[in-house]
Write a protein that binds this ligand. Structure first.
Ligand code: F0G
Length: 371
């Protein structure tokens, strides 16, 4: 099963990435995350979680950031910039620190999880809170980068998706084949696009239209790793579900702040992914997302952040409905670690437990209620 390595993903997959043979990687040993079988949640399928929360800064963003910052360093950049719902800013801040660059991060005031903010602060990012949402921040970043000496490290930077596609390689290598279905939470739709590019290259299929997003750079196909590609399924939070509405959402809202995005940057490529893979988008209420987050933690021992749980919440519903067929192999990406957002977790479980005297008798009494 899982293939453990001490290299970062650039060195693990250099030949499959648009990077020179000798370009030094800016790395924190990201990637090579575990694929964990979730046997209890859906016995009728082989369900797996790709636990991206175990990347160095606790989210899948590190896969893209090692590539984006490595390329920025190679080009002599002194500063990077991003808009973020939190994870991109944490990752950009860490990799920029490692490369000796300044990271500017634009975040929506009051709407990013506490752990992510702590990370950006500790890594020394220049944080600019805006009175607006992620989409406003993204627009500003694009405008600013036209004239200022800063490299954008949001997923519109094509190297981001190139790094993120490596998750698909790892899954294929772990399973010995591609899954039948791959389920992801969708915000900007960069990650679902990156996975499709990865599976397409792993299957040796030339010319997915989604690759246009990466400037048509399909030149590093490498040896074929699998025969089939999965059906790609994207789940959004109901309050932030532009793909379900068929148009951008002006004031997106959801407890899953990571995917509180109304105007996805990878809109067109994501529709290509849907069409080419025969997949679909669906939406989940905040309650459904939080219930799945709790079940994953309480029944499987896997703690992810709310946005990540959208993939499992959606998969479970579609398995139940028969849309995802019994007997199939299903991978859900858990995009970020549960520790990113302790406030939402604590709000779900407000009762910390009993408070008793520090005596054997009192503690035994407390235990016996559960034995
Ligand atoms: N899950 C988590 C935990 C995320 O942080 C994000 C995006 C997504 C899912 C959605 O991925 O945008 O590629 O469809 N977070 C970005 C950020 C927007 O700023 O950290 P996507």
């Amino acid at each position: 099963m899982a293939f453990f390595t001490t290299e970062g993903l650039i060195d693990r997959y250099r030949q499959r990435l648009p990077i020179g043979a000798n370009t030094p990687a800016v790395t924190l040993r990201e990637g090579s995350t575990p694929l964990i079988r979730l046997a209890k949640l859906a016995p009728s399928v082989a369900l797996y979680a790709k636990y991206e929360g175990l990347n160095p800064t606790g989210s899948f963003k590190d896969r893209g950031m090692t590539m984006a910052v490595t390329k920025a360093a190679e080009d002599g950049a002194k500063a990077v910039i991003c808009a973020s719902t939190g994870n991109t800013s944490a990752s950009a801040a860490a990799y920029a620190a490692r490369a000796g660059m300044t990271a500017f991060v634009l975040i929506p005031e009051g709407k990013i999880a506490r752990g992510k903010l702590a990370q950006a602060m500790m890594h020394g990012a220049k944080i600019i809170q805006i009175r607006g949402n992620f989409d406003d921040g993204m627009q500003l970043v694009k405008e600013l980068a036209e004239t200022l000496p800063v490299t954008i490290v949001n997923s519109i930077n094509p190297y981001r998706l190139q790094g993120q596609k490596t998750a698909a390689f790892e899954i294929v290598e772990d399973l010995g084949r591609a899954p039948d279905y791959h389920c992801l939470p969708v915000g900007n739709a960069g990650n679902i696009t990156a996975h499709w590019i990865g599976y397409t290259e792993a299957a040796g299929v030339q010319g997915t239209k989604a690759c246009l997003h990466c400037h048509g750079d399909c030149s590093q196909m490498g040896i074929k790793l699998c025969d089939e590609r999965p059906v790609m399924v994207g789940y959004q939070a109901s309050g932030s579900a532009p793909f379900l509405r068929g148009e951008p959402v002006k004031s997106p809202d959801t407890v899953a702040t990571a995917i509180r995005i109304g105007n996805p940057q990878s809109w067109d490529p994501a529709l290509v992914v849907q069409e080419e893979s025969g997949g679909w988008f669906d939406e989940l209420s905040d309650d459904e997302i939080l219930a799945a987050q709790k079940r994953l933690a309480a029944e499987e021992g896997v703690f992810c952040e709310p946005a990540s749980a959208a993939s499992v919440a959606g998969a479970l519903r579609d398995i139940e409905a028969g849309k995802i067929k019994a007997g199939s192999t299903v991978v859900c990406t858990l995009t970020g670690h549960g520790l990113k957002d302790p406030d939402t977790a604590m709000a779900q479980t407000p009762d910390v437990g009993s408070l008793v005297d520090a005596t054997r008798e009192a503690v035994e009494d407390a235990l016996s209620a559960h034995l």
